[in-house]
Design a protein around this ligand. Structure first.
Ligand code: PLP
Length: 475
């Protein structure tokens, strides 16, 4: 078989896979235990390569047993959906396989990344802004903290960080765990990330932040970094940026906004008020691979001031690679990566394809679908909201007609639904109560998709309820 024949067959597989995303009867996952999967797929690499037919068969199996995240009933993670132009952009960027460090090897991609950073900054209001595509929101948070550390202790770039200075960072108690990891990586230590209390809806309480800052100052410690979260991972809460910015200004602290989940809301005229004050932050993590449905990874760290990244982070001198001959800045100079994928390219293809207006509509639609789902929950006698909806996340549970352990019941319900392959939804704990967490992240969802989700969930709940009742009668 020639390579071109393998390619033709692979293209057919791709087409079938994409078509199955729209098929409501196609399972989202054929769940197998690791041991069973081992029996189905020969994972070991053998001395001799496989035949062309075996190669094609491996392609089939890879797709067959992977989770079909492009299916509209995949409601489990903070990313989902199948974004057609972005998919094509991903394939073409891999096809041209170039690296983002210099204009010399990536002329088109360099201009594209610059254009995307400028477009994104037109929404943040950073009028002299800059930014870089990074390998995910966690890393954007790390680089923001790194940049803040080197602003307050510029010598640490050369001398290393002096541990006698007790640096303190402040985040919402419900912030993403990546801030702890960042403090660990930077030698600050995760114990020095202060968890600021949030209110019942999950928003950071500004008065608590100021109280915590003053406590550290009283102990002779050095506050340097505050991260506000734009949509917390569990509840989808937006921290009040304006009030937090006023505190950061007063104490001269770097203010970072972690919009890894909800940052794309900035595109929505209708709902962006939740991010009021974003222009007052120093940096902003924005993950198009979540709510803009760009294939993983697509993530940017934006900074308010041009030159910040290059100054605080790299300051490299590597003329062997950066010749500065092309009348455009080599983007590798402000990145901690050397080789870097051209992740801005698929975003550009998608944004070009849909246009500014339609991307805005996709984001509006996410909120509209979350409102629709929340209403279905309030209207149903057996469903109960655990916290009022803030944005894209809807946290609720099923309350059966008989008395039972609600956490166990809802955990079983979620597992039954997941293993059925019909819909996949996540769960989390709100204080001590287990909540089913429906996250609306696919801009193409329709009311009919939400209806189907609730039908699948209620079918599974009814099954589980009859089973429990039967057991109650036996005992
Ligand atoms: C997902 C998420 C992150 C991490 O982003 P990755 O791209 O997965 O590394 C950080 N913060 C919040 C609030 C998130 O939801």
């Amino acid at each position: 078989m020639k390579e071109s024949d393998i390619l033709s067959e692979a293209l057919v597989k791709i087409k079938n896979y994409i078509a199955a995303n729209k098929d409501q009867d196609a399972p989202i996952v054929k769940f197998r235990t690791p041991a069973d999967l081992d029996k189905i797929i020969h994972f070991t690499v053998d001395t001799a390569g496989v035949s062309e037919n075996e190669f094609l068969d491996l392609l089939d199996k890879y797709l067959e047993y992977s989770v079909h995240t492009g299916n509209k009933q995949f409601l489990n993670q903070l990313y989902s959906g199948f974004n057609f132009p972005a998919f094509i952009g991903e394939i073409f960027s891999t096809l041209a396989n170039t690296s983002m460090y210099t204009y010399e090897v990536a002329p088109v991609a360099t201009s594209i990344e610059k254009e995307m950073i400028a477009l994104m900054n037109s929404y943040t209001g950073y009028s002299d802004g800059d930014g870089i595509f990074v390998t995910g929101g966690s890393n954007a948070n790390l680089i923001a903290m790194f940049s803040a550390r080197n602003r307050i202790l510029p010598d640490s770039r050369f001398e290393g960080y002096d541990r006698k200075v007790k640096l303190k960072a402040f985040v919402n108690e419900q912030a993403h765990y990546s801030f702890d990891t960042a403090a660990n990586v930077l030698g600050i230590g995760s114990k020095n990330v202060v968890k600021v209390k949030s209110d019942v809806t999950g928003k950071m309480i500004p008065a608590e932040l100021e109280k915590n800052i003053l406590e550290t100052i009283a102990r002779n410690e050095k506050p340097f970094f505050v991260a506000a979260t734009c949509a917390t991972t569990l509840l989808g809460a937006y921290d009040p940026l304006d009030e937090i910015a006023a505190i950061c200004k007063k104490y001269k602290l770097w203010l970072h906004a972690d919009g890894s989940f909800g940052g794309s809301l900035i595109l929505s005229d209708q709902y962006k008020a939740l991010m009021k004050g974003i222009e007052r932050t120093d940096s902003f993590a924005w993950n198009p691979h979540k709510l803009m449905n760009i294939p993983l990874i697509c993530s940017a760290l934006l900074v308010k001031k041009r030159g910040t990244l290059q100054h605080n982070i790299t300051d490299i001198n590597a003329d062997y690679i950066f010749h500065d001959i092309d009348e455009i800045e080599d983007l590798g100079k402000k990145s901690i990566q050397c080789g870097r994928k051209v992740d801005a390219v698929k975003l550009w293809f998608a944004w070009k394809y849909f246009g500014l207006k339609n991307y805005q509509k996709r984001i509006d639609n996410l909120i509209n679908m979350a409102i629709y789902a929340a209403k279905k929950i309030s209207d149903h006698p057996q469903l109960e909201m655990l916290v009022p909806r803030q944005s894209f996340a809807v946290c609720f549970r099923y309350v059966p007609k008989f008395k039972t352990d609600l956490n166990q019941f809802n955990l079983d319900l979620r597992e039954q639904l997941r293993k059925s392959g019909k819909s996949i939804v996540n769960y989390g704990y709100i204080r001590k109560s287990l909540a089913i967490r429906l996250v609306i992240t696919n801009g193409e969802l329709l009311e009919a998709d939400m209806d189907l989700f609730f039908k699948n969930l209620l079918d599974a709940a009814n099954n589980l309820e009859s089973k429990c009742q039967l057991e109650l009668e036996i005992h």
